[in-house]
Design a protein around this ligand. Sequence first.
Ligand code: SF4
Ligand code: MG
Length: 334
Amino acid sequence: GDLVLDARDLHKTFATGRSGLRKSRVSAVDGVSLRLHAGESLGIVGESGCGKSTLARMLVGLERPDSGSIEIHGRDVTRVRGRDRRLLRRQVQMVFQDPYTSLDPRMSVLELIGEPLTVHKRVTGKTALTDRVAELLGLVNLAPELMHRYPHQFSGGQRQRIGIARALALDPEVLVCDEPVSALDMSVQAQVVNLLRDLQKRMNIALLFIAHDLSVVRHVSDRTAVMYLGRLAEVGDTPTVYDQPAHPYTQALLSAAPVVDRSRRRLADRIMLLGDPPSPADPPTGCRFHTRCRFARDRCAAEQPVARRLEDASDRTVACHFAEEAQATAPAVG
Ligand code: SF4
Ligand code: MG
């Protein structure tokens, strides 16, 4: 498909208050680039605090990057203003993590889903509005009669469907979903994931799916990006990343994922992550993973690894000085 979203070298830091005379800053996103094509799904995985939500919020315009560019169809939204900016911005919509807090409890479903339509003047007249809202509810498999109800009258899974319908109201080309099922019961997670996957295919939407749960991302994404402390460790086709992980962090994440079978459990014990995650307010020098990496040596603390392609047939990039060695010695974890 066409290249829809092209984010390059995004950086974002936040002030976290003062310690003594020094203002401390957290480096939330540090040089992330990613591309999304029409109809494609990209999963982003990483532990909490790795910057995935900040990345998502920059992509949808809720947060301004300190530097870097975000092009939508070749136009940099961080540079355009006014009407052009609004037109570009509505191409990228967000589905939020928590359907219990992201919907205003005082608004009916009709008002919630109708709001973006009225704000952007996409429909005129009450009949056109209710018709369109009914159509959007149909897309997420909810009956049109439900539009007169309020959020508290719905289950978590239904609320997330309403959030998705609202995000679809302006016909976006990209849907950014920030942990869209992690607040839901296990039993409804799969339904919402399948709905998103189905909408992506039917409407040719590009899906950016953020999760800390590796198994969810594997099911939903064509490509997978693994994020660690504000940087991308590894990006590639989902089967490649899961079956032949080349970055030591990807290997550790996969081996730490819950497994049922006993031989795999033993394997998991072998390549667990070392130590606790460092603070993003004081990230390690060089490769930010070096304090927890079983392959780390002097060069890793001194020099930041650049994302590069391996000289194998796989379609992915890895930011590790010793990726070949890591890949060669990794036991199969898939
Ligand atoms: Fe580990 Fe060094 Fe590779 Fe970083 S660059 S992942 S510390 S081997
Ligand atoms: Mg988050």
